[in-house]
Ligand binder design. Structure first.
Ligand SMILES: [Zn+2]
Length: 129
C-alpha cells in the first residue's frame, strides 16, 4: 500500500505531511509499540531517545520502498541502533541495560518516563515478580 502524499506550494511542506501521515498510520497499526524492542513508544517530542519514529524495515538506501508494508513504528534510539540491513532486528533492553552503565541509564529513563506502564506492556517479562 503506497502512502498518501499531499503536495503544497511552499518549500518543505510535502515531506512534513508525508511523515505525519505514515507515522500516524504506523502508530495505530503497531498499537503504539516499538517493533524493534516491543516496548511502548512515547509521543513525538516527549524524549529524544524514546519517542517514535518511522523505521524503514528495508532501508530506503537499499531500495526499500516508503510503503506501510516496509514501515514500522520504532523508538528513535532503537532505530538508530538497528543495523543497516537489520530486517528482523530485535533489542532486549533488559539484556542491553546490563552491558554497561550508559545503556542502563537510557533504559532507566524509559522506565521513569513510562511509570508503571511497562508492567502492562508486552515486555512484562522484564518485571516478573
Ligand atoms: Zn524500541
Amino acid at each position: 500500500m503506497a502512502l498518501p502524499v499531499h503536495f503544497y506550494d511552499f518549500w518543505g511542506a510535502t515531506l512534513f505531511v508525508l511523515i505525519c501521515d505514515s507515522f500516524s498510520l504506523a502508530k495505530t497499526r503497531d498499537k503504539g509499540l516499538c517493533q524493534i524492542c516491543s516496548l511502548p513508544v512515547l509521543p513525538k517530542g516527549a524524549d529524544n531517545d524514546w519517542d517514535g519514529t518511522i523505521d524503514h524495515i528495508i532501508p530506503v538506501s537499499l531500495d526499500g520502498e516508503h510503503s506501510m508494508a516496509n514501515c514500522q513504528l520504532a523508538h528513535r534510539i532503537c532505530n538508530s541502533l538497528k543495523n543497516r540491513d537489520g530486517k528482523g532486528y530485535h533489542i532486549d533492553w533488559e539484556e542491553k541495560s546490563r552491558e554497561n552503565h550508559y545503556w542502563s541509564i537510557k533504559f532507566a529513563r524509559l522506565e521513569k518516563l513510562l511509570g508503571g506502564r511497562l508492567r502492562g506492556a508486552k515486555s512484562s517479562r522484564f518485571f516478573a515478580c
